[in-house]
Design a protein around this ligand. Structure first.
Ligand code: FMN
Length: 197
């Protein structure tokens, strides 16, 4: 066999090998959509105001709605502001390390990418059960967006305290959501880069 006939034969016998090599390379279809972030809406609410905001947010973004429940519920006496004998007052004015027990009912916490974390302001701060929640599930490196409802207090000092206590979380600036309509909440979520249904 002369050389001219041999070269095309060698090329043909290499084709399946080339095919295999190509199959081994994981090329991404440019039209393929990037994976959607998995969203957790977690909320502590004592009298239901923050829960209403959390439910609306959950309806808008999907994902999982998880209510943070203390192991021992707070009695109605805690609704009396500045009554030093109440559990809420004692906890909020106690040591920063205080962690009231919560029900550990959240499953697969590590699977979420973005956590929208709602709570009422209690004596200027996040209720201590919110700290227990973050200590329990350790959202290290995850995006956490706090939101609050309150009588009038803004979110900034509560958010700053959480940031200091949990520096490994990728905190985003949150907001006070009293009285916001679904349309307003939708605009807020979009401004945070969260896809709304
Ligand atoms: C124990 C306690 C302490 C509170 N402290 C504050 C406060 O410091 N500033 C404020 O604006 N509202 C304060 N509030 C009002 C709540 O933040 C507000 O009513 C909130 O919307 C309640 O949310 P929830 O219904 O989800 O529990 C306090 C309420 C309670 C029960």
């Amino acid at each position: 066999m002369n050389l001219h006939r041999l070269i095309p034969l060698v090329m043909l016998s290499c084709l399946p090998l080339l095919g295999c090599a190509k199959e081994g390379v994981q090329t991404k279809d440019p039209a393929e959509k990037p994976e959607e972030p998995r969203i957790l809406v977690a909320c502590f609410s004592f009298t239901g105001t923050t829960k209403t905001a959390a439910s609306t947010i959950h309806n808008l973004v999907g994902g999982t709605l998880h209510m943070i429940e203390p192991e021992t519920p707070y009695g109605s006496e805690n609704n009396t502001y500045y009554d030093e004998s109440t559990r809420a007052y004692q906890e909020q004015s106690g040591p920063a390390s205080l962690r009231p027990a919560i029900q550990r009912t959240l499953e697969n916490a590590a699977d979420y990418d973005v956590i929208l974390l709602g709570f009422p302001i209690w004596y200027g701060k996040a209720p201590r059960v919110v700290f227990t929640f973050l200590d329990t599930y350790l959202f290290k490196g995850k995006t956490v967006i706090p939101f609050i409802t309150s009588g009038s207090t803004g979110i900034s000092s509560a958010a700053a305290e959480l940031k200091t206590a949990f520096p490994d979380i990728a905190w985003k600036t949150g907001d006070r959501l009293n009285g916001k309509t679904a349309e307003q909440l939708s605009a807020w979520l979009k401004s945070l880069g969260i896809k709304v249904k």
